[in-house]
Design a binder for this molecule. Structure first.
Ligand code: ADP
Ligand code: ZN
Length: 291
C-alpha cells in the first residue's frame, strides 16, 4: 500500500511515494516556482500512483486549525506568490484521500519519533538550522500546535558581547534566526557556511546562539530528545560546541542523566539524515490514514 509525501520548501519541493514503515520508494525534486506550476508538478507525479493518504510538511506560516476557513493554507509568508495559498485544497481537488498537513519541522519531529533518533520516546524537538530556523515539538506524544504553531526559531537570544552584526530577520533583526541561520552566517562573515569550516570563531559564535536557544527549549518543554538538522548542522564541528553551550547555559540546574552524563546521545543529528523532512511527510500521511 502506497502513501504519498510532500516536503514543501521555499526553494524546492520533494514528492515521494513510500510505505507505512517509513521507506521511500520513489521521489522527485523540483524548484518551488509559482503555486500553479508547482502544484501542477505535484499532481502530475501522484497521478501515476494509487496513494491511500498524502502527508504534507511545508514551509509556513500555515493555518493548522481544522475549524478555520483558511485551514490548509500557507498564510502570511513573504515568499512571492505564496501568501494565502490553499495548499490542502489544491491537493484534495485531485486526490480524494486523507491528507496530513503540518509544518516542515513538526513533520520532521514526527518522522524522527516514528523511525529516527527519537524512536520510542514520548517527546522530542526537531530543530532545523538552514535558510531559516524552525523547531517542531512533540510533547506527551503529540505534535504541539496551539493558536497557530510554535515559532521557536524567532525567540530572542542574548547577544554575544563582541558580536556587532545587526541580525538578518526581517521581523526582529537579532532574534535567533536573525543571528544564526545560514543566511545570517553568510551576511556576518561574507562567505557561505560551507566555506568557513576552518574558522573556529564562526562555529563558536554559532554554537553560542544555538546553545542558548536549545537550553531554553529544554527549560520550557523538557524534551526527551533534541535533534538538530538542516544545512548548517552539516558543519562537523558544530554539534559538540552546541552541547557545551547548552551545558554552560543550564549550569547543572536540570538534573537528569540524559543531560549531565549522556549529552552526546541527547542532542543529536537526525536519525533519518537528510530524509528527515520527506519521511516526516510520510509520517503525516500514515497518521492521517490511521485517524
Ligand atoms: P533549507 O533551509 O532551504 O531547506 P538547508 O537546510 O539545506 O535548506 O539550509 C541551507 C543553508 O545551510 C544555507 O544557508 C547554506 O549556506 C547552509 N549550509 C549548507 N551546507 C552547510 C555546511 N556544510 N556548513 C554550514 N552551512 C551550510
Ligand atoms: Zn525573527
Amino acid at each position: 500500500m502506497y502513501l504519498g509525501a510532500i516536503e514543501a520548501g521555499g526553494t524546492k519541493f520533494v514528492c515521494a511515494i513510500g510505505d507505512r514503515d517509513g521507506n521511500v520508494h520513489e521521489r522527485v525534486t523540483f524548484p518551488t516556482t509559482t503555486p500553479e506550476e508547482t502544484f501542477g508538478q505535484v499532481i502530475e507525479f501522484f497521478n501515476h500512483y494509487d496513494v491511500k493518504a498524502i502527508g504534507i510538511g511545508t514551509f509556513g506560516p500555515v493555518d493548522l486549525n481544522r475549524k478555520s476557513r483558511t485551514y490548509g493554507y500557507i498564510t502570511s509568508t513573504p515568499k512571492p506568490y505564496w501568501s494565502n495559498v490553499d495548499f490542502v485544497g489544491a491537493i484534495t481537488k485531485h486526490f480524494d484521500v486523507p491528507i496530513g498537513f503540518d509544518t516542515d519541522v513538526n513533520a520532521a519531529a514526527l518522522g524522527e519519533q516514528l523511525w529516527g533518533a527519537a524512536k520510542g520516546k514520548n517527546s522530542c524537538i526537531y530543530m532545523t538550522v538552514g535558510t531559516g530556523i524552525g523547531v517542531g515539538a512533540i510533547v506527551e506524544g503529540r505534535l504541539v500546535h496551539g493558536l497557530l504553531h510554535p515559532e521557536m526559531g524567532h525567540i530572542l537570544v542574548r547577544r554575544h558581547p563582541n558580536d556587532e552584526f545587526a541580525g538578518s530577520c526581517p521581523f526582529h533583526g537579532d532574534c535567533l534566526e536573525g543571528m544564526a541561520s545560514g543566511p545570517a552566517i553568510e551576511k556576518r562573515w561574507g562567505k557561505k557556511g560551507a566555506e568557513l569550516s576552518d574558522r573556529a570563531d564562526v562555529w563558536e559564535l554559532e554554537a553560542f546562539y544555538l546553545g542558548q536557544a536549545i537550553a531554553q527549549y529544554i527549560l520550557i518543554l523538557s524534551p526527551e530528545q533534541v535533534i538538530v538538522g538542516g544545512g548548517v548542522a552539516h558543519q562537523p564541528s558544530l554539534l559538540p560546541l552546541v552541547r557545551r553551550y547548552v551545558l554552560d547555559c543550564l549550569n547543572g540546574y536540570v538534573q537528569h542523566a540524559a543531560i549531565l552524563q549522556h549529552i552526546d546521545d541527547y542532542i543529536v543529528l537526525p536519525g533519518l539524515g537528510d530524509n528527515a523532512g520527506i519521511c516526516g511527510a510520510l509520517a503525516l500521511a500514515k497518521q492521517a490514514l490511521e485517524k
